[in-house]
Design a protein around this ligand. Structure first.
Ligand code: KIV
Length: 278
């Protein structure tokens, strides 16, 4: 028996989460609990806690590799970490980020998405950007690649945006974001992820779309929440995002902290007003 055999031995007591289950959760008003993971052991813990969707985020560039931004993360990094996480997850829906520069044109985007699915074992890829990504989303979706479209604060554009800032506060920007969300859904995006937007805009976009909308700093009125794993386990050093909560504080251990996160998302006690933007 190898040291990590527990990862293989975990039983599939519950059926795996699929896009259909996530759509049904939206329809039934059940909040979707999502977290990032970067390795097999934490992925197993996150999965065991009942998380519905696990994202291998390119945030790994910051929290694992120690860069200031996600820009240096490569395809090789993403394939490697997605393969690690795949081995730990048995129930949750697995999404992998497409790194900076890997999806600027439809054909290379397709080749890179195929790598994340075939070599990494992802069930969906996530890419950042609004209207400009419509052609790529259409190209991928029409070739059976499930796509999550990430709008609002898009960290790979940090040098263009001039920092990690709340997006969509002005009426014109909010209207543009709503239009982009519609266009991405029309192009075939199966999930929209909204980062750092006023709660009212999170609510409006969620009500307008038929696909699940997952928020991070987008208020309580979205279909699900996602946070960076290290932000909820008090691993992150330095400045923590305003919308994150330390779930390890008061918990019996990491498993309990993760279960508390899932429970808080489900019952709507996370996010609280102090985690929202207006
Ligand atoms: O890279 C990441 O972890 C993400 C989440 C912050 C949503 O995109």
């Amino acid at each position: 028996m190898t040291m990590y055999s527990h990862l293989q031995e975990r039983t599939r007591a519950e059926p795996p989460v699929t896009l259909d289950s996530l759509r049904k959760m939206k329809a039934d008003g059940v909040n979707i609990a999502c977290l990032t993971a970067y390795d097999a052991s934490f992925a197993a813990a996150v999965d065991e806690a009942g998380t519905d969707l696990v994202l291998v985020g390119d945030s790994l560039g910051m929290v694992v590799q120690g860069f200031d931004t996600t820009v240096p993360v490569t395809m090789a990094d993403m394939v490697y970490h997605t393969r690690c996480v795949r081995r730990g997850v048995s129930r949750a829906f697995l999404v992998a980020d497409m790194p900076f520069g890997s999806y600027a044109l439809p054909e290379p985007a397709f080749a890179n998405a195929v790598r994340l699915m075939q070599e990494g074992g992802a069930a969906m890829v996530k890419l950042e950007g609004g209207a400009l990504q419509v052609r790529t989303v259409e190209f991928l979706a029409s070739r059976d690649i499930p796509v999550c479209a990430h709008i609002g604060l898009t960290p790979q554009s940090v040098h263009k945006l001039g920092g990690f800032k709340v997006q969509g506060r002005e009426q014109s920007a909010a209207t543009q974001m709503l239009d982009d969300a519609h266009a991405l859904q029309e192009a075939g995006a199966d999930i929209v992820l909204l980062e750092c937007v006023p709660s009212a805009l999170g609510k409006a976009i969620t009500a307008a779309l038929s696909v699940p909308v997952i928020g991070i700093g987008a208020g309580p009125d979205v279909d699900g929440q996602i946070l960076v794993l290290y932000d909820i386990l008090a691993v992150t050093t330095g400045r923590k995002p305003r919308f994150a909560r330390d779930f390890l504080a008061g918990a019996a251990g990491i498993g309990d902290a993760l279960a508390r996160y899932v429970a808080a998302v489900r019952d709507g006690s996370y996010p609280a007003p102090e985690h929202e933007f207006s």
